[in-house]
Write a protein that binds this ligand. Sequence first.
Ligand code: MSP
Length: 536
Amino acid sequence: MVATGSGSGKAYYVTTPIYYVNDAPHLGHAYTTVAGDVLTRWHRQRGERVWFLTGTDEHGQKVLRTAEANGVSPQEWCDRLVEEAWKPLWRHLEIAHDDFIRTTEQRHTDRVREFVQDLYDKGEIYQGGYEGPYCVGCEEYKLPGELIAGEGEYAGRQLCPIHKRPVEILKEENYFFKLSEYGDRLLAHYEAHPEFIQPESARNEVVNFVRQGLQDLSISRSTFDWGVPVPWDDRHVIYVWVDALLNYATAAGYNQNQDTFESRFPADVHLIGKDILRFHAVIWPALLMANGLRLPGRVVANGWLLVGGEKMSKSNLTGISPRDITSHFGVDAFRWYLLRAIAYGQDGSFSWEDLAARYTSELANDYGNLASRVAAMVGRYFDGVLPEATADGGAEQAVQDALAKTVADADRKIGDDVDFQAGIVAIFDFVKQVNGYISEQEPWKVAKDGSPEGRARLATILYTAAESLRAVAVLLNPFMPESSQRLWESLGAEPGLGALADQRVQDAGEWGRLPAGSVITKGAILFPRLEDRPGA
Ligand code: MSP
């Protein structure tokens, strides 16, 4: 039996794939990374220690060929792209990773050699020959049955089903990992841990694949040298996927600092795209089993962002730069939309029109307007000082109950189930309910009643609305850190409650946290009309 999950004192450890640096990042890469960031921030706001890792996958033929085509060394190519494109984009998108691993770093390559040497010493690796169709886009040998027949310029050739490019027949004398011996143990693990692979469709795919029987895995290449040399035979470099998967261990301190390693490893959640499911749900756990290391808690696969019905990618010439979107809609709306519009785990189309429509109806109208109206009314009727609620009735109780339920639902959906969409829907349903409450209570009419009872009702309505917004700021902070911070400031919450990032999700539904007397200011509009945004 293999141990999984987190013991006490271990951080909640989240990863993204490490991305190939054959080109600049596009929307598809941003998608998984934003998801990782939101999950990380959510768990941080649960008060957990979280360790969030991302990085770049720099070895292998795919990167080598791109560098050659651009007339620079692969190292120069990677350095340039990482520093000029990848890291700046993650900063721009407010990705709060704790580490960024590059597979060309020595802290990684040394440990990869040790890991593979260890497997060799344990008798898990042998020398053999292999011939088969290889897709450089996937960096993977394909099974003949997976290939599709080419048409047009590729007529008569066999294509990779993902990249729609011809495969190459590779014949090599390589080193092999005895993957075929791990089928039963993997199946037993999937059985004992139904949560290990998500969503269900991904789990079924993997289980069926493993049931058909696994082949041993070629783990070295000898026809090019852009990679980590095999420790006992430097005519070979380690297969780029083995090199890459090990990042999750090397960055966490494998063979370097045992205490650090144990305080992080294994990952609680590996977020990946479904294109790389088998690597993470079959090869990775088998490598860990072979080396006696603990298995990750979950591998959660997202679907594909589609453009014109096809997977968005540079090789399909459909890669869209995230900055094209953020310059028009802002970073917060971009982050929110990716997780709002598409159910995590399913394929979904990224649509400019749909983003514009949702921005206007959900962010600007439902949410942004609520915040502006409440601040304006506290300003107008109470000189900007939040009054006390002394006249709570059934309508207020309904809002309080709805909030408690929203917090519980959102926490379960986002924090436990990695179902961002359902979590966002729960939070925005609450926003709609607060809007409905204000429409029904009509504070602008109550304001005309200057009696003590009238003032008490008015105070109660505005307190209820502002206190609801306090909770919304906490719940939306992982998705939209910039606008949530502005709302927090506008509510004057910091003096009484402290920094927004320190607010616990669990406390968000506790009614009455925002102290009466907080100074509420009408800051800049949270989500200006699209035509009023700079760059629109
Ligand atoms: N380098 C490997 C991963 C190694 S992890 C040990 C790799 N890199 S990649 O640059 O091709 O990035 C793949 C990941 O980017 C996908 O698994 C997915 O997370 C994300 N996406 C890339 N295009 C995507 C879409 N069109 N839609 C959704 N996610 C996409 O594979």
